[in-house]
Ligand binder design. Structure first.
Ligand code: HEC
Length: 188
């Protein structure tokens, strides 16, 4: 009888724990899928713009198309979908406290040898009594990114960037650096 009681108790305590974990991993999977769409669409647009008019033309893609893709995905899923970074070009992309904490954690994980490509983090949080799911996925700096975010950005590009973003901090990145992260907030 006592054994039965203990087993029941373990089950009762364990099941909500397992289902909470399941919910977290389901939301994580779906967020990864949405981030993939974001990345795919942006990469496509960026590559086309670079081919047709060079980096100067592609600045408009980053300036207008990236926020538009983010907005469309946010509207489609009813979440907030965006990009952020510890060193932003557009101050509107600056991280909040939670995002800055995760970006710093990503830097630490990278310094311990973790692959940036698959680096992600999910958490269920509570703000003013409401529960939210938050997700971030690191964005590695690739070769093509260096043209606008690297150490040797062409002077005419720098001029155009400075014109639109006088407070630009997003240069000096090297291949493989964490350029920033995709960030998602969902109401639970
Ligand atoms: C043609 C120039 C250009 C190229 C190439 C480029 N970016 Fe950007 N990037 C920009 C501009 C302009 C912004 C500001 C967009 C905005 O206003 O939201 C930006 C913003 C970002 C942001 C949002 C955070 C911030 O700094 O405001 C991330 C993350 C980012 N870029 C990553 C990348 C990655 C990764 C690559 C390579 C795959 C890349 N960029 C290639 C010009 C570029």
């Amino acid at each position: 009888m006592l054994r039965f009681f203990i087993i029941s108790l373990v089950c009762i305590l364990y099941i909500p724990l397992v289902s909470a974990n399941d919910a977290l991993s389901q939301r994580t999977q779906k967020s990864k899928m949405v981030v993939k769409q974001f990345m795919g669409q942006l990469k496509g647009e960026l590559q086309n713009a670079m081919k047709s008019g060079g980096p100067s033309n592609a600045i408009d893609v980053c300036n207008k198309t990236a926020p538009l893709i983010a907005k469309n995905l946010s509207d489609k899923y009813g979440w907030k979908v965006a990009r952020t970074s510890l060193k932003t070009r557009n101050a509107a992309n600056a991280p909040d406290v939670w995002e800055a904490k995760v970006l710093n954690m990503f830097e630490e994980r990278k310094s311990k040898g973790e692959d940036v490509k698959s680096m992600a983090y999910s958490e269920a949080i509570e703000v003013k009594g409401r529960k939210y799911f938050r997700f971030m996925k690191a964005i590695p700096t690739g070769e093509v990114c260096l043209k606008c975010h690297g150490n040797n950005v062409a002077p005419e590009l720098t001029a155009k960037i400075k014109e639109i973003y006088p407070d630009d901090q997003a240069t000096g990145f090297e291949l493989g650096d964490i350029r920033g992260a995709f960030t998602i907030i969902q109401p639970w």
